[in-house]
Write a protein that binds this ligand. Structure first.
Ligand SMILES: Nc1ncnc2c1ncn2[C@@H]1O[C@H](COP(=O)(O)OP(=O)(O)O)[C@@H](O)[C@H]1O
Ligand SMILES: Cc1cn([C@H]2C[C@H](O)[C@@H](COP(=O)(O)OP(=O)(O)O)O2)c(=O)[nH]c1=O
Length: 225
């Protein structure tokens, strides 16, 4: 019997440490015999990756930015996410719509009522149930103080258009995530990602063990070396 697909997203400010853990989680699911689709936003399809390049490097106003993010998301849902879920796969997606509410909404100050309308348009009509607005089954929020994330990024990579924003921007983004999490507590799992990598991994996997999605043995074997 095909197992139901799982749609899991990972969120947090830049430098929170999401990307460092998603591959390990994919391996843990594969060790249990699940097929995993590992993907990211903005991006995940050839068209959406082109839009990602524009979003990360070209200046634009907040409405243009929001429209491009949701255009990329619709293509990603249609081409990758919905087909993978229909095949019963585990979809691990580095960022999704909560990032739009946090970055374009809270960070850039764009009207969240408009974002909600775009969310409904972009995420409806692709699932087997045409009325369903596709949302993640679980969102892991890597919560970290802005200063800690900035310190990690300073030694890690050349900043893109978002990463080069001032600390005040990221404080608003972090607040945006906190509000999204408070508004959907059943969907969000917060982890403290200011800790050492192995402690972050432990928190992360215990979320999945509690849900019954990963066996304790598999979770204990993976993680950062
Ligand atoms: N728990 C941690 N402690 C210290 N440094 C970390 C931790 N997690 C990730 N890093 C480092 O911080 C930087 C940003 O991590 P990354 O996973 O790319 O974050 P994100 O994908 O959330 O932007 C990388 O250099 C990474 O090696
Ligand atoms: C998905 C999404 C991302 N973003 C931003 C957040 C990040 O700064 C940037 C790219 O995200 P990300 O892939 O996490 O970048 P990196 O791997 O370099 O950490 O795009 C938005 O502003 N809105 C969105 O809807």
């Amino acid at each position: 019997m095909t197992r139901p697909g799982l749609f899991i997203t990972f969120e947090g400010i830049d430098g929170a440490g999401k990307s460092s853990h998603i591959e390990g989680l994919a391996q843990a699911f594969r060790a249990q015999g699940r097929t995993v689709t590992l993907t990211r936003e903005p991006g995940g399809t050839p068209l959406a990756e082109k839009l990602r390049e524009l979003l990360l490097h070209d200046s634009m106003d907040a409405l243009t930015e929001s429209l491009l993010v949701f255009a990329a998301r619709r293509d990603h849902l249609a081409q990758v996410i919905e087909p993978a879920l229909a095949r019963g796969e585990v979809v691990l997606c580095d960022r999704f719509t909560d990032a739009t509410f946090a970055y374009q909404g809270a960070g850039r100050g764009f009207d969240t009522r408009v974002l909600s309308i775009l969310e409904r348009m972009a995420q409806t009509g692709l699932a087997p149930d045409p009325q369903l607005m596709r949302e993640p089954d679980l969102t892991v929020w890597f919560d970290v103080p802005v200063e800690v994330a900035a310190g990690r990024l300073a030694s890690a990579r050349v900043p893109d258009r978002f990463e080069s924003q001032p600390a005040e921007f990221f404080r608003r983004v972090a607040q945006g995530y906190a509000e999204r999490a408070a508004g959907a507590p059943h969907r969000f799992a917060r982890i403290d990602s200011s800790l050492e990598r192995h402690q972050v991994w432990q928190q992360l996997t215990s979320v999945f063990v509690r849900k019954g999605w990963l066996a304790i043995m598999v979770a204990a074997q993976g993680g950062p070396r």
